[in-house]
Design a protein. Structure first.
Length: 334
């Protein structure tokens, strides 16, 4: 009886995360301008701020929230691979593909340097760089798994990715008119600079179907960089662990969920999947990430974020502006 209860100790927290994801979708339905994932994170943070709820969050609900914020996040990353078709990416042309790859690399390094300059702690600079340069929350979660980062280091980068990615939905369409970008250029700019796939869709669709189509393809080309970047991080983590007490628990060079992500990419690229399957996968991926974000939000403690809040906000703002500028330069060059 006690063994069974122990095995199912994750159920209450996962159920709460699922309910939070559903509530986040309800908020999104009422306020379409607020992405589902963002709404779920905000609801999680609000839940974590309620004093009467905190004992349960840190007690009976804690195992399930940990499952939601880690395992569900990784499952969401696997399903994300079904959005990528190698054929669509190849259609961009080698010049565009190589320039996007270069943009991801330069953005990662610059964001990491900016975060270090603002004295962000622990693994936060690496996680912020991954989130801003590759694919937002998914990249933060994947890189955190590869680095063995704790929840405290993960929470701040996810908050920054969510904040500035949401601001892009409002700011970029307004800047597009001032910069004189046509719909294709705007879509390219959005896909090359905005963090999460959902935020890309919400931003690009303001300029029509043509902008949305190019934005999604460019964005998914950046997403494809998730696998090699995480593999590099895993190798570095293994080297760091060599000779230490943690050497016996070194992460795999390519984590299992990244292998699943690559398999999903190949499946989408070479197997004709019905539209209904892709639609279900899209909903499932969003639901998994929404539940994960609620779990992460509920585990955050604002008083801890405040300690590095101004530094993190500053680092995020500078990195965001730099990446917007780099991506805009890429648009004009290609």
């Amino acid at each position: 009886m006690s063994v069974s209860a122990g095995r199912l100790s994750w159920l209450p927290g996962v159920a709460l995360a699922g309910a939070g994801a559903a509530a986040g979708y309800g908020v999104h339905a009422l306020l379409p301008g607020l992405p589902w994932l963002t709404a779920s994170l905000i609801l999680g943070v609000i839940t974590g701020c309620i004093p009467a709820v905190r004992p349960s969050l840190e007690g009976v609900l804690r195992p399930g929230l940990a499952v939601a914020s880690r395992r569900l996040l990784r499952l969401g990353i696997v399903v994300l691979g079904l959005k990528l078709s190698l054929g669509d990416i190849a259609a961009l042309g080698w010049v565009a593909i190589l320039s996007i790859v270069a943009l991801v690399g330069v953005s990662f390094v610059l964001t990491w340097l900016i975060a270090r300059l603002f004295r962000l702690e622990g693994d936060q600079p690496v996680l912020l760089a991954a989130g801003f340069s590759i694919c937002g929350v998914s990249a933060v979660g994947a890189m955190a798994a590869a680095r063995g980062a704790d929840d405290r280091d993960t929470g701040t980068p996810i908050t920054m990715v969510t904040l500035y990615g949401t601001l892009a939905i409002v700011v970029l369409p307004a800047l597009s008119g001032l910069l004189g970008l046509d719909s294709r250029q705007f879509g390219h700019w959005v896909g090359a600079s905005v963090h999460d796939v959902g935020q890309v869709v919400a931003t690009a669709q303001t300029a029509g179907a043509a902008a949305l189509a190019i934005a999604v393809v460019v964005k998914l080309t950046r997403v494809l960089m998730l696998a090699p970047m995480v593999a590099i991080a895993s190798i570095q983590t293994r080297r760091r662990a060599t000779g230490s007490a943690s050497a016996s628990v070194r992460p795999a060079i390519v984590p299992l969920f990244i292998v699943g992500f690559l398999v999903a990419v190949l499946l989408r690229s070479f197997v004709p999947l019905p539209d209904v399957v892709l639609s279900i996968a899209d909903i499932l991926q969003s639901a998994l990430l929404a539940a994960a974000l609620f779990g992460i939000g509920a585990s955050l403690r604002l008083e801890q974020l405040v300690r590095s809040g101004l530094r993190a906000l500053g680092a995020g703002l500078v990195a965001w502006v730099v990446i917007l500028g780099l991506a805009l330069g890429l648009v004009y060059l290609t």
